[in-house]
Design a protein around this ligand. Structure first.
Ligand code: NAD
Length: 484
């Protein structure tokens, strides 16, 4: 029998319209099939960053002069390219980051939606505000900032990139992206195709680790940083940005509370809430990370949850019928297993549920079954951390004042939700929660609406993405006054 060697996909940097790479590559393995190399990824250096930023700066000098309507038109063309790439590239994304196929397809669809929505707002955004009176004529224009550095994580790399690329390019800036080393192949191939719709140098990509991120966030020609990732990494980004006073938008970690009120229907709540807990194996910034249930409902709620989750099947994202895939990285796997062990060590009842897909061995990848922890005390590690994985704590509360205080007792403030059969009560509770977003009777992908600014407060972030607030973050106001 002859074995034909298959050529491994090789991913380089995208600089000034060219795919380039040095000699330094790293194999990236499928987190669900650790024996399989998915792609060889270029590992960049500060010199690559410098070339990319210089190219982006040159491109910016003319891209900023293109009419907003024309820039919006290019975004629409790019959206078509992105949607058209999903069928081919979503399976590659699954093999890179461990999600299931519909999650990767959702990533592409949301990304295209962000491009289209941003394009629809662009012309109006650039209409100047004018005041004309006896003494003066004032015009407040919008102005591009310059080169934008975008840095994204691995969990939903397509839409998180588009949330930076779309407002950056719409407002006349150019982009240098550093993807996560754990999800860069499908993203880079999609961006390579999208970049063909723009002048060379408008979209650039440099791969690498923290040193590349550091070189990018401290580069003198970078005027704006759009960062999504962990809160600890963001502290390095802010420090790097400080020397040259760069504008930053930060979308960081969360510990989203879901508050179930005593009038909520348990089954109807679980119909929707479970999607917000275990989708993407819990690795979503605004996933439900802690659940609060009235004390008298607690046991019934947990039993109903267990009854559903015990049927879950965990497996490779390209296997049909699995509820969720492996965790994305070894570090994630070790962190989540660590939370399971440390929670068990406190004496808490940690219930492991579900099963692995037929024929799968746990050691094939970073697989962790769903875990529910009942009767968790407020203040315990598992209720206060960003677990970013398949373990969910449930805490019983006694009254509304207590649950609001507990929900707000966090350094995070990204998403949150209230579950009730009374919309007025839900709205009143929502206003009291310290978070960037509060959803009522929903808390998952379906909760997002591009008209709602997205972002966090406290250590969950700085600034907002989506819609007009998202565009404004990438533009400067330029105030002009003629004294009569
Ligand atoms: P991470 O912070 O480890 O990495 C994010 C990105 O920063 C990666 O591209 C990484 O290579 C880069 N990086 C690392 N060191 C850097 C440095 N010194 N300077 C500049 N860049 C550097 O995060 P992760 O593990 O990839 O992603 C998980 C985290 O992202 C979670 O905390 C999650 O909550 C957060 N997240 C937030 C949102 C949101 O919108 N709020 C969305 C998705 C993920």
């Amino acid at each position: 029998m002859t074995i034909t060697p298959t050529k491994t996909l090789q991913i380089g940097h995208l600089i000034n319209g060219e795919m380039t790479s040095g000699d330094n590559f790293r194999d990236h393995r499928d987190p669900g099939r650790l024996t399989e190399v998915v792609a060889r990824l270029a590992v960049g250096t500060p010199a690559d960053v410098d070339r990319a930023v210089e190219a982006a700066h040159q491109a910016y000098l003319s891209w900023r002069t293109v009419a907003p309507a024309e820039r919006a038109g290019k975004l629409l063309e790019a959206a078509e390219v992105l949607s058209g790439s999903a069928e081919e590239l979503a399976p590659l994304l699954v093999r890179e980051h461990g999600g299931v196929l519909w999650e990767a397809q959702t990533d592409f669809a949301l990304g295209a939606g962000v491009l289209q929505h941003t394009a629809s707002l662009t012309e109006q955004f650039f209409v100047p505000v004018e005041y004309d009176d006896e003494t003066s004529f004032i015009r407040i224009e919008k102005m591009a900032r310059g080169v934008v550095a975008a840095i994204v994580p691995w969990n939903m790399p397509i839409v998180l990139t588009m949330m930076k690329l779309a407002p950056a390019l719409a407002t006349g800036n150019t982009l240098v992206l550093k993807p996560s080393p754990f999800a860069s192949a499908a993203l880079t191939l999609a961006l390579q195709r999208m970049a063909e719709k723009f002048p060379a140098g408008v979209i650039n990509v440099v791969h690498g680790d923290g040193d590349v991120g550091q070189a990018l966030t401290s580069h003198r020609l970078v005027r704006k940083i759009g960062f999504t990732g962990g809160t600890e990494t963001a502290k390095h980004v802010v420090k790097a940005a400080a020397d040259t006073i760069k504008n930053v938008t930060l979308e960081l970690g969360g510990n989203d509370p879901a508050i179930v009120l005593d009038d909520a229907d348990i089954e109807a709540t679980l119909d929707r809430m479970l999607a917000g807990i275990f989708t993407r194996s819990g690795q979503i910034c605004f996933a439900v990370k802690r659940i609060y249930v009235p004390r008298e409902m607690h046991d019934r709620f947990v039993e109903a949850m267990i009854a559903r989750v015990q049927d879950y099947v965990v497996g490779h994202g390209l296997t049909e019928g699995v509820n969720f895939g492996p965790l994305a990285t070894q570090a994630q796997y070790e962190k989540v297993r660590g939370f399971i062990e440390s929670t068990r060590a406190t004496g808490a009842e940690v219930v492991e549920l579900g099963r692995l897909a037929e024929g799968l061995d746990a050691a094939d990848g970073y697989y962790v079954l769903p875990h529910i922890v009942a009767d968790v005390e407020h203040g315990s590690e598992i209720a206060g951390c960003e677990q970013f994985g398949t373990i969910i704590p449930v805490t019983a509360y006694d009254d509304e004042e207590q649950v609001i205080a507990w929900a707000n007792d966090s350094e995070y403030g990204l998403g949150s939700s209230v579950w009730t059969s009374d919309p007025e009560r839900g709205l009143a509770m929502a206003s009291r929660i310290e978070a960037g977003s509060t959803f009522i009777n929903t808390h998952s992908f379906e909760s997002l609406d591009l008209r709602m600014p997205f972002g966090g407060i406290k250590q969950s972030g700085l600034g907002r993405e989506f819609g007009e607030a998202g565009l404004a973050a990438y533009a400067e106001d330029h105030a002009i006054r003629l004294l009569k």
